[in-house]
Design a protein around this ligand. Structure first.
Ligand code: F6P
Length: 375
């Protein structure tokens, strides 16, 4: 008799740890006597003609720390209707129905859907169309609600901190301002965590509008105090009071589509002209997404993958695996989609950063107790 079979799909932008989850799913399924079928190129692989590949347990060991996804992925596929200029509309129900029929023909016990907001919205739509799904929350941005953290985030932070360590030494040697632009979309998690861990003096996040004066003030104050370099981390979604998001034109398949990017170089130019201090910018870009997951993500991905298979075994379908405190558990998939989780501006992370003097670019320049005169 044929063994029961589950499917696994990776959707959206890649993140360190995708292969680690796949490995855990395949191994945990095998322990239960189940086979695993990989869906290729993200959810696109479910649109007929379907693209699949059996995943053998013997091939899984090599995947623990391999970056990317061996299944491939797609982030701007046919499931989402678009405006003529490339803006996102809603999920295309006809495509969902076609994919759902194709998924049912594969006779899967369940489909493990590994992805961020966009992919989990597709997973939820498939679930509503009768496909048994379990989601696993992925994104370097860490902006999914319903879980304490997504996988991939910590690895991205580690890359950003390594970059800051390196930038600090060159900034100090040249007495420069160094601006590191990190990803994160409309959330400042990567910038805030990396800024604290990497010793940044200024951290700019989308959740807190910054003023050019406040940034210049930090640079000047440090210079006068004898600290002749300044490290600034800027989330790609950071913007000045009264300013707009800095965008760049996309090079993807959707004409007119614009993406966040470019705030770092903009800050370097502005700070240099306002302070007279030499400034340079570095955009970390996709380095944050590629490469192996760090130790934290390896164990998280493994636990997420195992929990997904357990959820299937327990019939807990239409769910997403979440980390809540120390527990890994299934929650309704709706808990993970539809809104983004941002950095609480009065939360402990921001307060701790401020407590050691990190500026978020929003401080009043003069206080009664500590009058300050700029150069
Ligand atoms: O959501 C992950 C993310 O890396 C964001 O931080 C970033 O804005 C976006 O994806 C970049 O997407 P792309 O790879 O399509 O340029």
């Amino acid at each position: 008799m044929a063994r029961p079979r589950i499917g696994v799909v990776t959707g959206g932008g890649d993140a360190p740890g995708l292969n680690t989850v796949i490995r855990a799913v395949v191994k945990a399924a095998d322990q239960r006597g189940w086979d695993t079928l990989g869906i290729l190129r993200g959810f696109e692989g479910l649109i007929p003609p379907v693209a699949t590949r059996p995943l053998a347990v013997a091939d899984m060991d090599a995947l623990l720390f391999r970056g990317g996804t061996v299944l491939g992925t797609s982030s701007r596929g046919r499931f989402v209707d678009r405006t003529p200029t490339g803006g996102r509309k809603r999920i295309d129900q006809q495509v969902v129905e076609r994919a759902a029929r194709a998924a049912k023909r594969l006779e899967l016990e369940a489909l493990v859907c590994i992805g961020g907001d966009g992919s989990l919205r597709i997973a939820r739509a498939l679930s509503q169309a009768g496909v048994p799904v379990v989601g696993v929350p992925k994104t370097i941005d860490n902006d999914l609600p319903g879980t304490d953290t997504t996988f991939g985030f910590q690895s991205a932070v580690a890359v950003a901190v390594d970059a800051l360590d390196r930038l600090a030494s060159t900034a100090e040697s040249h007495q420069r301002v160094m601006v590191l632009e990190v990803m994160g979309h409309h959330a400042g998690w990567i910038a805030a965590h990396a800024g604290v861990a990497g010793g940044a003096h200024v951290v700019l996040i989308p959740e807190i509008r910054f003023s050019w004066d406040a940034i210049s003030h930090v640079v000047n104050r440090r210079w006068r105090a004898g600290s002749r370099f300044t490290l600034i981390v800027a989330a790609e979604g950071a913007r000045a009071v009264g300013g707009r998001y800095v965008m760049r034109s996309g090079s993807g398949g959707h004409p007119g589509e614009r993406r966040l990017g470019g705030i770092g170089p903009r800050i370097a130019v502005e700070v240099e002209s306002r302070t007279g201090r030499e400034a340079r910018a570095m955009t970390l870009g996709h380095l944050q997404r590629g490469g192996p997951p760090n130790a934290w993500d390896r164990q998280l991905c493994t636990r997420y993958g195992v929990a997904a298979v357990e959820a299937v075994a327990n019939g807990q379908l239409g769910t997403m695996i979440a980390l809540r405190g120390a527990a890994i558990l299934p929650v309704p998939i709706s808990a993970g989609v539809g809104r983004i989780r941002t950095v609480p501006v009065d939360g402990e992370l921001v307060r701790s950063a401020r407590a050691i003097g990190i500026s978020f670019g929003d401080e009043p320049l003069v206080s009664a107790e500590h009058p300050i005169t700029d150069r």
